[in-house]
Write a protein that binds this ligand. Structure first.
Ligand SMILES: [Cu+2]
Length: 139
């Protein structure tokens, strides 16, 4: 009985997380109450190398996606959102490419020194998680 309540609370929390996403076109059609393991939390490890990075230098944005301690090799969506601090900076949303073992990568570079907020929007079935990190780009 207690377990059911906890499960429902967790589901509601995930629902809130999904609704709180800035991206409005998420597909919620897969949200049913059948728990076949697909409702286990999706764990996303976002890493950026190097940080800080210089203008025009290559930077690797890596997203490792796991669920039930298993690598997720078929995530529905892994989108990298890059938000500059500067008002004239470029806001970008680009899909990351799966390179194997649940690792999704976006290689990019920056034209303008700034502090950027990097968000990885990861969708696996009905689950959505979106960790965020800051990246400093220097001249
Ligand atoms: Cu999101």
């Amino acid at each position: 009985m207690k377990r059911t309540i906890v499960g429902t609370g967790l589901f509601m929390l995930m629902l809130l997380v999904a609704v709180g996403c800035s991206n409005n076109n998420h597909d919620h059609s897969g949200m049913d109450m059948v728990n076949d393991g697909s409702l286990s939390p999706v764990v996303v490890d976002l890493s950026i190398q190097p940080d800080p990075v210089k203008v025009k230098e290559k930077v690797m944005i890596e997203v490792l996606v796991t669920q039930n301690n298993k690598n997720v090799t078929d995530a529905d969506k892994v989108i990298i959102e890059i938000n500059p601090t500067a008002v004239n900076g470029k806001h970008i949303e680009t899909p990351a490419t799966h390179v194997g073992d649940g690792k999704y990568v976006l290689e990019t570079s920056f034209d303008q020194a700034d502090k950027y907020s990097i968000t990885s929007h990861v969708t696996v079935g009905p689950m959505h998680t979106m960790p965020k990190k800051e990246l400093t780009v220097t001249d």
